[in-house]
Structure formats: C-alpha cells, structure tokens
Design a protein around this ligand. Sequence first.
Ligand code: ATP
Length: 327
Amino acid sequence: MSKSTPLKSSIIKADLPEQAEGRTGPETGKDPEKTGNSEGRTDTPVIEIKDLCHRYPHLEANALDRINLRIYRGERVAVLGANGAGKSTLFKHLNGILRPLSGEVLVKGEKITKKNVRMCRGTVGIVFQDPDDQVLAPSVEEDVAFGPINMGLSREEVKMRVKEALEMVGLNGFEERAPHHLSGGQKKLVAIAGILAMRPEVIVLDEPTAGLDPLSSARVLKLITKMNRELGITLLLSTHDVDVVPYFAERVFVLHHGKLEASGSPEEIFNDPALLRKAHLRLPRVAEVFEMLKQEGVDVNIQITAETARDEILRVIRSENRKAEMK
Ligand SMILES: Nc1ncnc2c1ncn2[C@@H]1O[C@H](COP(=O)(O)OP(=O)(O)OP(=O)(O)O)[C@@H](O)[C@H]1O
C-alpha cells in the first residue's frame, strides 16, 4: 500500500487536468449553499434545490434532509461524502428519477414535474456508477444512439452525434463492439458517450472513477474537464477519491447523513480538519504530508496539489538558505 501510493500520485499528477484557478469564497460551514466561487452570481442557477427531503420506504431517517444548493452554468462541482451519505440519492433527484418527500428541484428555474421531466432529462444527463446499469444495447453504436433516437432526431443527426461522441471519448473504431466484451473503463466511456450524444447542459457523474486504474481514472477526469472547458458543460460528480478533487473541482459540497454539511472551494474544505473528521473524509495525501511537517514545527502552509506543494517546499528551502547565509 505505502509503496504504491507515490507511484499512483505521480501518474495522477502527470495526467490530470491543471488545477482550477481563481477560487475565492468565504469560510465554510456557515451557510452551506452560499459559499464557494458562485458567490455573487445573479444568473439563474442551472440547478437549484430547495429544502429537499427524501425518505426511502420502510426507513425511519431521511436519506436527504433539507438540502439547499445552487449550481451555476459552467461550474465543476464535486460532491464528497462517506458511503451512505446520500450522494446517489441526491443525483437521482436532479432529473426526476426520484420524487421529493418535500421541497423542490428546479432545472433552469423550472420545478421538475411529470410534464417537463423529459425536458429536464434533456438538460441534465446522469452517468451512473455502474456502467452495466446504463450500457445495455448489443453494440456500442446502438447504445450511444439510444438517447438521440429517443429524442426523435433524424437518422443523419443521430449518426453524426454518435460519431462525434465516440470521437470525444476516444472510442472511434469501437462502433461494432459488444459492450459486454469491453473493459470497465471502456464501458464507462461508452456510458459517457451515450450521455454526451444527447448534448445535455449538465452532466452528473456518480463515482466516475470507481473501479478504474489510475491511468483510466485520469483519462476520464481529463475527458470530462475537456467537456467543461470546450463545450461549456456544467459538471457535477461524486467521488471518494479526495486526491483528485483539487485538480478537478472549483467547488465542493460535503454531504453527511443526508445533510449538506458544507460547501466551498477545495482549499476551504481541505483546510477544515473538524469538518473532514465529522464527514468521515480524509485530506488529500499531499496535504497529509504538510500536516505532518507542521506537527514537526516546520513553518509551512497546507497545500492540496503537487504543484503548489512543490512551490511551498521551494519557498521554505529558499527561506532557510537565506537564513543560513545571513548567519
Ligand atoms: N433503494 C433504496 N431503498 C432503501 N434505502 C436506500 C435505497 N437506496 C439508498 N438507500 C439508503 O439511503 C442512504 C443514502 O444512500 P446513497 O446510495 O444515496 O448514498 P451514497 O452517498 O451514494 O453512498 P455510496 O458512496 O456508498 O454510493 C443509505 O442509508 C442507503 O442505505
């Protein structure tokens, strides 16, 4: 375990998208739905959740308890939470798969109802955790075409979209392949292509890197970041992999026992040890090293990416060298 960690980190560092820049925002934990870099935005949120509660039959506690949050066009948002925190339940509310016990979910300002649920599903596409729940057609081409055909698009348009989506995920040439003969990582890419082909404004990904090796995981994250940067698609993903969050997300929501515990930039969230302990999350590995250095009495600021860690270590070394020269 300890031997493989540095290798994994170096692969992730080399292959992940650059760290998002320009994050600002107030302290976390005070007003969860209003923190992070969306502070001050006046446009209509692409997704807005108001006082959402969900309860599964025969369970006493709410799986979601008075969730309030807003997601704005073009954002990259990560949802963190331990097993059973409510992430998948939350996602299933975003395109009307589940119905609220109380509260409401608005897509582009419109409450999801039976009447507009199709329109909402055109706006918000969900990539489920297990591609076997989503990739069901006998061939890759048919699977990716399924959504566009259901949208009533012409044969030419469907063909064009399938080609485009498979190119985007790097699976051109796989059209005739049977999905059940593909690897887990390739199936995940087929599932993403199927959603991309419907050209949604928001893509929600439940644990997109679960079960993938570090290279496949980095590839999926790079792909979805590209979708955000080049196509302007709003991204919302859940993950247990806190190491990748600073490279991907501009804003982080923390769920715990069905409640929105906090929202903020990755720097804010990962500089709040009490919050992380409470939500059963951990620091990114890079930050753990800085925490240890601090405990040793070294004057460092906690960093959460390899690049900022390098800069901080160089700063400390240079400062120590200067002190030594002056003696
Ligand atoms: N279909 C269901 N019927 C009854 N209870 C459910 C159902 N789905 C989820 N739950 C319960 O709701 C709670 C939230 O589950 P959910 O799957 O949303 O959590 P999660 O954060 O996605 O977890 P994980 O990280 O393990 O995927 C859990 O207590 C879970 O046992």
